[in-house]
Design a protein around this ligand. Structure first.
Ligand code: WTA
Length: 762
């Protein structure tokens, strides 16, 4: 995959620097495993009792829950409220996202889990959380090694549970967890569960695009299929450290392919099957896969998408750039498109159904070091080039499994459905690895959630008796608009816990999700995390404490979030600022593939000594965290993360486009919409045709999900005298906040602002 490691990714530290694999593996930054000595702040003294009438207690007994809160020594952030939060100020992103609720009012609402829920929960009280949290911070090595010991290790890690340097001032950033431990995540997800007697338990249910299309695999059957594919991959020469790109829709074959790679130590890079040929080619060129695994087509609602044609174009583009991928394994998605109708290149294209079933259903495990790479997942940043986020094996395994278990209060009888696609991190950590490591039954859904009608999700919930339902606010809002009737016509009695991810969930969507979908009885785990973090960092633990609609609440075990000002000073108590983390946790990514320098610059240099998330956050008086959105040039559109620079570079590739500047604007369903200011080359008129072809350029370069919602013709852009585009002004124009333009006198040409305002609806 790079010249340094001769097409292998098995070095423990992937960098673009001159460090060799052996240097990297022998270099130790610290000789001791105990670095987390930070102590919690002591709780503020108890003063008054809570005014009970202000509690929103959907299905709870306020007396007992409140008195539990009051009677115990709570962690500072789960401290009872000497007075209820004042809601000082508003959270701009959150309150502006959809219906313009006053967030202040939301901060006054506490929603308690029912006493029955708490009683049966894994963490059933604030004091239990506090005890576990305290231990995880004071003794991370002990806390995490006890959990890790529940997994299978061929050889235990040694000598340290972890070592870290996240402070650029002290040297290169390097993080290792369970180094020296030898394991395999596929073995832990499948074989270990089968050996524990769960071979006949359903591992995967599959629901196709059309109602009535379905399938299932038990743990034993899943292992058989994983082994067959793993054997095939080995047969065609894939071995430990090789990259395999997976471009599959949500068929069971997608987790099967991920697990097969993991079984043989290959590094998978799943590309969301909504990305265009250009984006796919870009990823081929970066990670140089030995094989690409894809499907010929997918149906999304009434639409059929010819995925193989996209792959063909990407392979051609990649070959033109000197990176030829010689083998394309194609799964025939029979209900959508037959092989006969699929363009085929003999020699390169191989039909999955023809070859894979011929291989044995037993495949020995490739034992790997905890710090060997597990996968690369490309994600957007502030530049046009996507970043290859590199996760390793052991820490990721322990962290995804543990976060899944506690954030969803997992019980072995649960049926779990996450609507995310495995092309994004949520599908990696919380469709495939986290749930299967827990031996859970997971539903994989191929189709569109509002097809054939907006009741489809709840139809599926009833059909499979789904107990844990995890989705994105954009879907909640889209379904909310269709009216309650699509929900209430289904029973949904099986539901126990709901989950939200991808962007801040606005309080009104939270309430609808809670009251209508969950019948006011299911806690909502609003999980805050990122591709880079591997798993949840700030999340409710249902059963432990009351929730506030729209708040991700408190940190997960072992995570120390801090809010800093622009100078990097840690802020105390109620505050707003930049969200950083002051320690490593097992699931954190270890590098950006081929660019360790960018890893340090983007995440560890902005605030030295911390991991910088790129998100803004407010902590209220009670210590609850309210995520307020990205503070960089990354936007979240329908839960999909996109860099504005990527869209700009797609636009300027259009021959008529001279320059562009893209900003995010609040959108009632998508969370954020894409608003593009475009300057055309001299002599080109701005017509509807030009507008459409600009949008098409983005669809072809990135994918349909990145298409701008609005093109704003900009004969000139507001720039400083040094030529820097003033995005602040563009954001205000895009969101029509014209009285908040601020000082425009520093612009090289202040008159462009009025011109832009005038051109808004052209
Ligand atoms: C946003 C998705 C508020 C945030 C798992 C983050 C959230 C970015 C939440 C990462 C949440 C994710 N509340 N914001 N519960 N979850 N985000 O890498 O801005 O696709 O930085 O990972 O999504 O997006 P990514």
């Amino acid at each position: 995959m790079d010249s340094m490691s001769s097409a292998r990714l098995c070095t423990p530290l992937i960098t673009s620097t001159a460090a060799t694999a052996s240097q990297a593996s022998t270099r130790r930054l610290f000789s001791t495993s105990r670095f987390h000595l930070g102590r919690q702040r002591s709780p503020p003294p108890c003063r008054a009792s809570l005014p009970m009438t202000t509690f929103c207690t959907a299905a709870a007994d306020p007396g007992s829950a409140a008195s539990r809160l009051l009677s115990v020594g709570l962690p500072w952030h789960a401290e009872f409220m000497p007075r209820l939060p004042s809601g000082n100020g508003r959270i701009s992103r959150l309150s502006a996202v959809v219906l313009g609720e006053a967030l202040a009012a939301e901060e006054n609402d506490l929603i308690f889990p029912s006493p029955e829920f708490s009683r049966d929960a894994l963490v059933s009280s604030p004091e239990q959380y506090r005890k576990m949290y305290k231990r995880s911070i004071e003794d991370p090595a002990g806390f995490w090694s006890e959990i890790a010991a529940q997994f299978y290790w061929k050889k235990r890690w040694s000598p340290d549970v972890y070592s870290e340097n996240i402070d650029v001032r002290k040297g290169p950033v390097k993080i290792e967890w369970f180094k020296g431990g030898i394991t395999n995540i596929c073995y832990n997800a499948l074989d270990r569960n089968i050996e524990a007697g769960n071979g006949d338990k359903v591992a995967l249910y599959w629901e196709g695009n059309e109602p009535g299309q379905d399938g299932q695999l038990t743990y034993a059957q899943l292992l058989d299929q994983v082994c067959q594919l793993a054997n095939y991959l080995k047969h065609v020469g894939v071995s430990k450290g090789d990259a395999v790109v997976i471009y599959l829709p949500m068929l069971m074959e997608l987790p099967i392919a991920m697990l097969a790679c993991a079984r043989i130590g290959a590094v998978h890079s799943v590309v969301f099957a909504g990305f265009s040929a250009e984006s796919l080619a870009q990823r081929f060129i970066d990670c140089k896969p030995k094989v690409v695994i894809c499907s010929n087509a997918v149906s999304r609602g009434a639409k059929v998408i010819n995925l193989k044609a996209i792959v063909d174009n990407a392979l051609a583009e990649s070959a033109n750039n000197g990176i030829a991928v010689d083998l394309c394994l194609v799964y025939e998605n029979q209900s959508t498109m037959k092989k006969e109708d699929t363009k085929w290149q003999d020699g390169r294209d191989i039909l999955w159904q023809e070859v894979v079933p011929q291989f044995p259903t037993k495949c020995p495990v490739e034992w790997v070091d905890a710090e060997d790479p597990l996968f690369l997942l490309y994600t957007s940043g502030s530049t046009g080039k996507p970043k290859g986020v590199l996760h390793t094996t052991g820490g990721y395994m322990v962290y995804t499994a543990t976060t899944f278990k506690y954030a969803f209060d997992y019980k072995p009888s649960d049926v779990y459905w996450c609507t995310a696609d495995c092309g994004w991190i949520t599908g990696h950590s919380y469709v495939t690895y986290g749930p299967l490591l827990n031996g859970a039954t997971v539903l994989v859904f191929e189709g569109a959630p509002s097809y054939p009608d907006p009741g489809r999700c709840w139809d599926i919930v009833d059909k499979y008796k789904v107990t844990l339902f995890y989705t994105a606010p954009t879907l909640v809002r889209a379904l909310m608009r269709e009216g309650d009737e699509y929900v209430t016509r289904y029973s949904r009695k099986s539901l126990r816990v709901l989950g939200s991810v991808g962007e801040p969930i606005n309080p009104s969507a939270w309430r609808w999700f809670y009251n209508v979908v969950g019948d006011s009885r299911c806690p909502i785990s609003d999980t805050w995390w990122q591709t880079e973090t591997g798993g949840f960092l700030i999340t409710p633990i249902p059963g432990a404490w009351p929730q506030k609609p729209g708040s991700a609440t408190f940190p997960f075990f072992g995570v120390q979030p801090v809010i800093v000002d622009e100078k990097g000073n840690e802020l105390e108590g109620e505050c707003s600022g930049y969200l950083c983390i002051k320690n490593s946790w097992p699931g954190i990514f270890r590098s950006l593939y081929g660019d360790h320098e960018r890893y340090e610059t983007t995440y560890f240099k902005p605030f030295a000594g911390y991991y910088f998330s790129g998100d803004g956050c407010r902590r209220d008086k009670d210590g609850y965290h309210w995520l307020t959105g990205r503070v960089d040039d990354v936007i979240n559109v329908s839960g999909h993360r996109i860099g504005t620079a990527e869209i700009e570079s797609a636009l300027v590739s259009h021959p008529h486009c001279a320059e562009s500047a893209v900003v995010g604007v609040d959108h009632p369903v998508k969370g954020q919409g894409i608003y593009a200011f475009v300057t055309l080359v001299d002599g080109v008129d701005y017509t509807d045709e030009v507008r459409k072809s600009l949008i098409l350029a983005v669809r072809t370069q990135i994918g349909a999900f990145a298409a701008p919602d609005k093109i704003h013709w900009a004969p000139g852009l507001p720039k400083t005298r040094s030529g820097k585009i003033m995005r602040r002004i563009l954001r205000k124009i895009a969101s029509k906040q014209l009285d908040e333009l601020g000082d425009i006198s520093t612009l090289a040409e202040p008159s462009v602002v009025n011109q832009l305002i005038e051109f808004t609806d052209r």
